[in-house]
Design a protein around this ligand. Structure first.
Ligand code: ADP
Ligand code: MG
Length: 250
């Protein structure tokens, strides 16, 4: 479902991704872990093209993000086609990033209407279904500021799902939450994984990673250091840096 090859990204003179490869199978949940500054967020942002990699390619379900095949060659696509391609990759951020001046319903229907061309009725219906699924059916007309952090993050997940993405990316989705709100968000994510959504998740929630991930990817200094099953990784990381990282976070 996701195939990233040779992703390189620099900011100024500072190289943040050193040619990262990552493959994720349909329905797989991959947890990306690693020290702060190791390039985890930049990797996710390249996977949905919030950042344009300097080199390398991300292919989502056969579609090379940012490109189209024309006469046997890859050519860059325009803004509208890129927006349509990016709809396949949902993203949820640490800071919720809801539109503050819009109601929950408006947050959920905006992109499905403008990017996917859904009618008001279709978009409203989809929004209602998704809000029910994240346990917030009664918050349709609420403004984000009236919701708790956990509720806002569940709305953000529903908003991403409203595009019917093929992959969901989560960048530390519970790191900004008060501790008592972490579980309600993890529960929604756990359900999504169980329903077969393909997910890539950056998290410090090691318990969740151990229980829910199909694979752990450890990053350091802009590279993937090791990848293994949670059982293997948490029992005995293959690398010294993996062991050091685990000692710090567990
Ligand atoms: P992580 O998510 O693992 O903490 P990031 O991908 O956020 O790591 O950052 C990796 C490195 O890239 C850090 O040194 C960070 O300061 C730098 N970086 C990330 N985004 C930018 C940006 N937009 N401009 C300049 N430097 C950036
Ligand atoms: Mg980050």
């Amino acid at each position: 479902m996701v195939s990233a090859r040779g992703l390189v990204k620099s900011f100024g003179g500072h190289r943040v991704l050193h040619g990262v490869d990552l493959d994720v199978a349909p329905g797989e949940t991959v947890c990306v872990i690693g020290p702060s500054g190791s390039g985890k967020s930049t990797l996710l942002r390249c996977l949905n093209r919030l950042e344009t990699p300097d080199a390398g390619l991300c292919v989502i379900d056969g579609v090379p993000l940012g490109y189209a095949a024309r006469n046997g060659a890859l050519v860059e696509v325009g803004a509208a086609e890129l927006a349509a391609q990016r709809a396949a990759v949902g993203m949820v951020f640490q800071g919720f990033n809801l539109f503050a001046h819009m109601t929950v319903r408006q947050n959920l229907v905006e992109a499905p209407r403008s990017v996917l061309g859904l009618s008001r009725r279709e978009a409203d219906e989809r929004a209602g279904d998704l809000l029910a699924r994240v346990g917030l059916a009664d918050k349709m007309e609420a403004y984000p500021e009236t919701l708790s952090g956990g509720q806002q993050q569940r709305v953000a997940i529903a908003r991403a799902l409203a595009m019917r993405p093929k992959v969901m990316l989560f960048d530390e989705p519970t790191s900004a939450l008060d501790p008592e709100m972490v579980d309600e968000v993890l529960t929604v994510m756990r359900d999504l994984a169980a329903e077969g959504m393909t997910m890539i998740l950056v998290t410090h929630e090691m318990g969740f990673a151990r229980d829910v991930a199909d694979r752990i990817v450890l990053m350091d200094h802009g590279a993937v250091l090791e990848q293994s099953s949670p059982r293997q990784f948490f029992a005995r990381p293959a690398t010294q840096r993996g062991r050091t990282f685990l000692e710090k976070v567990l």
